[in-house]
Ligand binder design. Structure first.
Ligand code: PLP
Length: 378
């Protein structure tokens, strides 16, 4: 099986497994305990915190470890729901992951103003500029890169606008971290990430939050993480996450992603030639180097593509893993102005650091073959 679903989750890399084993075997104490075993675990935790803070460019105490991005994103919304004046609105992009979208609606209901995106899947900066000039929301939330399309959002520009208006800015950087350089993300007031998208284990992530602000915790019952998140920290998976991030940051610093972008771009060029009627979403926009989000030719249904490619030995996806099973069109494609009949043709190919040029070539051949079969059947 050749795996092209890295935006859903990535395999755990060797360095992360080794870090997990080392901490589990050698540093197994509870980081809150006063004895030496506890102190050793607490030092390992502090090291991981410093490492992440250095990558993001923030204070180590800005970091709160969580069970993943879903928890971290819920924490942000819960915190603002408690903190903001009940009349205040928040601006949330129309293409956020459901764990931001649903939690913002849960806590804020009609007080959420959706930030529209263009047909190309990028935040409508004219809309945002005009709205921010008009009113000051309590929070602006825009993800760094979209999980379904891979389109990179102009978060540095949005951050600068928010800073000018003194509005807190939150970015879900789950798909961005480990594929693009983390540097600069720490300037955002709130940032979230999850290890399993870049070769760390599942069930661990973080929230970056200004350490001087008092956060209202989502989980109560312990003083861990400076009273911001109750529950014994899992030092081993946190160390594993940071081992994975270290590898990815090194690869990015060596520009290893640029060659992979060339492979992806070559695939896209050949794909468009071979499949008349297919479209690549946000084709001319800055996108993650690993993602191809395509509308397959008319008449081809996405579920058939996933099943047929699976049979041919390729794991691909129809979009976000969290929306699989729902027959509704993706909210991301709807926000981009695509009708249900178009959205039904969306297929996502997402590669990883381990994907080779030969894997892309093999995928292309399989796609062409499956397309031929579908045309023949039609
Ligand atoms: N945010 C984005 C952009 C994602 O892609 C995902 C996972 O697909 C999440 C949040 C949720 O992450 P987790 O499932 O690790 O909690």
């Amino acid at each position: 099986m050749i795996y092209f679903d890295y935006n859903a989750t990535a395999p755990v890399m060797r360095e992360a497994r080794e870090a997990w084993l080392h901490v589990t075997e050698k540093l197994g104490g509870n980081p809150s305990s006063m004895h030496q075993a506890g102190t050793r675990a607490s030092i390992a935790l502090a090291d991981a915190r410093e490492k992440l803070a250095a990558y993001l460019g923030c204070h180590p105490l800005d970091i709160v470890w969580t069970s993943g991005a879903t928890e971290a994103n819920n924490m942000v919304m819960h915190h603002f729901a408690k903190k903001l004046d009940p009349a205040k609105k928040i601006f949330v992009s129309a293409i956020e992951h459901p764990c931001v979208d649903d939690s913002s609606k849960h806590y804020f209901g009609k007080r959420v103003k959706a930030i529209p995106v263009t047909r190309d899947g990028v935040i409508d900066m004219d809309w945002l500029t005009a709205e921010l000039a008009d009113e000051r929301p309590g929070l602006v939330a825009v993800m760094a890169a979209n999980n379904e399309t891979g389109i990179i959002q102009p978060w540095p520009e949005i951050l600068a606008m928010c800073q000018a208006y003194e509005v807190p800015f939150f970015t879900d950087a789950v798909q961005f971290i480990g594929k693009m350089p983390c540097k600069g993300l720490g300037d955002c007031d709130y940032v979230t990430g999850a290890a399993h998208k870049f070769g760390g284990p599942r069930g661990v992530g973080f929230l970056k939050i200004p350490h001087r602000s008092q956060i209202t915790p989502l989980l109560l019952g312990g003083k861990q993480e400076g009273g911001r998140r109750a529950g014994t920290e899992n030092t081993a998976i946190i160390a594993a996450m940071m081992a994975a991030m270290e590898v990815r940051e090194k690869q990015i610093a060596q520009s290893q992603h640029l060659l992979r972008k060339v492979w992806r771009d070559n695939f896209e060029a050949q794909f468009l030639r071979a499949l008349p009627g297919a479209t690549i979403l946000g084709h001319n926009q800055p996108r993650l180097w690993n993602t191809v989000s395509a509308l397959m030719p008319d008449g081809d249904r996405k579920s058939q593509w996933v099943i047929r490619l699976d049979k041919a030995g390729f794991a691909v996806s129809t979009g976000s893993a969290c929306t699989v099973g729902k027959e509704e069109p993706s909210h991301v494609l709807s926000a981009m102005g695509y009708k249900a009949q178009h959205a039904q043709r969306a297929v996502r190919f997402s590669a990883g650091w381990e994907t080779t040029e030969a894997d892309w070539d093999a995928l292309l051949k399989a796609v062409v073959k499956v397309h031929g079969e579908m045309q023949h059947k039609a």
